[in-house]
Design a protein around this ligand. Structure first.
Ligand SMILES: Cc1cc2nc3c(=O)[nH]c(=O)nc-3n(C[C@H](O)[C@H](O)[C@H](O)COP(=O)(O)OP(=O)(O)OC[C@H]3O[C@@H](n4cnc5c(N)ncnc54)[C@H](O)[C@@H]3O)c2cc1C
Length: 456
């Protein structure tokens, strides 16, 4: 089993590498190895009735399988260098933007046509934010929506399936390098490759660290983002979401001068759980299809923490906080903003009597028993700041789900070709630590494929 290129991980990074290699019509043999299922077999058992909380499946249907962590996401492709990763620091700002636009074009050709591209350019909202000490970041946002995102992935798979050898349900255990050849070991076989592209995402964070150690590739510590997911009636953010869909707004707290920002805004969406290596956290998505809309909008409020000395494992810090919420709430905790401010826990009764219907069945509780004071203070300060541009944000009934964590992988030491110190070993997408989004991960996939194609 010998291939020119072995791709590990079938998330956006891996898929777009394969797409670009195949599209070149050069005679390149490709294997793609994926820990999870093909797209159509990915099904999370949580139905809200018989199974209400995470069962810790062998591979998580939300995070693993063809499409990667992005498969059931909201499909928001942010075309910008201002957030979503630092790919531009490696490949240049112009190239990064060109590639993100190229990815958008491919998505449009594969089922995304007709979806809306939002932009912050010349937005009145930017002025309104500035007048209230809030900073709106610049971006164009393509919102595919969970349903169209699924269609695009189906079409991309159909394009690839006869030209790439897929190996599903085969987590790669080990990579060896002998001479110029890579030996990729799963529990079923060893696959050889002249070049190896690793794109295992956040769910592969622990594994890629191990691989780097074994192969002598350097890694650097990275930051982690911790916070809550806010859910409120969609009408409160309608003036922002109608115009921008997603607004990334940054605020610097008066108390500590900490930066806190909105993240992943989902108009008329739902709050969902996410399982990363057995730790249950919260996330959100929304459908393009109006019949699947809810009456709520949700978004995250996140604070970045980066530890270096003497403790440098930022992810472990956030894991401990998430574990605490899992311990107290059996999973995700939900609290009304009014209860948090009054220093009391939310109860089933208080949630039921409020004027907002939660879209996720979470355990009513007290987030102040879980979140560090500094982070919670920043969240409260920002909610009041947002209340000035979207009155109603600080209503008693606003729901806060915790905890939301954005784990970033240790940054792998890669060069301007996204290649490690080992010739032919590329690390791309979220597992490289330099991308944190669909558009950046996909762009990194195209970039590496083109670098490899230059050699053929
Ligand atoms: C619920 C949710 C909503 C999101 N919404 C958005 C959004 O709207 N916009 C946005 O920009 N980003 C969003 N994201 C983040 C986005 O999905 C990721 O940034 C993106 O998927 C990263 O792509 P990737 O290819 O690097 O990794 P992934 O998508 O994580 O794919 C990695 C793949 O590698 C596989 N893998 C892991 N370990 C191994 C192994 N040892 N062997 C073989 N295979 C392995 C995994 O099973 C997975 O399929 C969301 C994430 C989640 C979870």
């Amino acid at each position: 089993m010998k291939y020119d290129v072995v791709i590990i991980g079938a998330g956006p990074g891996g898929i777009f590498s394969a797409y670009e290699l195949v599209k070149s019509q050069k005679d390149i043999s490709i294997a793609m190895i994926e820990a999870g299922n093909p797209l159509e077999k990915r099904k999370c058992p949580i139905d809200g009735k018989k199974i209400k909380s995470c069962m810790n499946c062998k591979t998580c249907a939300i995070m693993n399988g063809f499409g990667g962590a992005g498969a059931f996401s909201d499909g928001k492709y942010n075309i910008t260098n201002q957030f979503g990763g630092t790919l531009h620091e490696f490949i240049g700002k112009e190239t990064a933007l060109d590639l993100m636009n190229y990815v958008d074009k491919i998505n449009m050709e594969n089922g995304g046509e007709g979806t809306k591209l939002y932009t912050t350019a010349n937005s009145e909202i930017k002025k309104l934010c500035l007048q209230n000490s809030l900073h709106l970041l610049d971006a164009s946002v393509r919102h595919l929506g969970t349903d169209k995102n699924y269609d695009v992935l189906t079409n991309l798979y159909n394009f690839l399936k006869d030209k790439v050898d897929f190996f599903f349900n085969e987590p790669v255990e080990k990579i060896d390098k002998k001479g110029v050849t890579y030996f990729v070991n799963t529990d079923k076989r060893v696959i050889e490759g002249d070049r190896c592209i690793v794109s295992v995402g956040r769910s592969g964070s622990k594994w890629i660290e191990k691989v780097c150690k074994e192969l002598g590739v350097k890694t650097l510590s990275n930051r982690v983002d911790i916070g809550v997911r806010v859910e409120l009636p969609a009408v409160i953010y309608k003036h922002l979401t109608d115009q921008l869909y997603e607004s990334k707004i940054v605020y610097v707290t008066e108390k500590y001068n900490d930066k806190i920002r909105t993240f992943c805004m989902n108009p008329y969406g739902s709050v969902v759980t996410e399982n990363t290596n057995g730790i249950v956290t919260v996330n959100g998505h929304s459908f393009e299809d109006k019949s699947k809309h809810t009456e709520n909008t949700n978004f995250a409020l996140l604070v970045s923490k980066h530890f270096t000395e003497p403790f440098n494992d930022s992810n472990a810090y956030a894991e401990s906080i998430a574990k605490l919420s899992n311990m107290l709430g059996g999973g995700v905790i939900v609290q009304r903003f009014g209860d948090l401010i009054r220093g009391r826990r939310s109860t089933e009764n208080r949630i039921e009597e409020s004027f907002i219907t939660p879209t996720l069945s979470a355990t009513p509780g007290d987030l102040s028993l879980v979140m560090p004071k500094r982070i919670l203070d920043a969240i409260i300060e920002m909610i009041y700041a947002l209340d000035k541009i979207a009155p109603g944000t600080a209503n008693d009934d606003t729901l806060l789900y915790g905890v939301e964590v954005k784990f970033y992988n240790m940054q792998v030491d890669i060069d301007e070709n996204l290649q490690t110190s080992l010739d032919g070993l590329y690390v791309i997408g979220d597992c490289s630590g330099i991308t944190h989004s669909l558009s950046h991960a996909s762009a990194s996939g195209v970039y590496v494929a083109r670098k490899i194609l230059e050699e053929y």
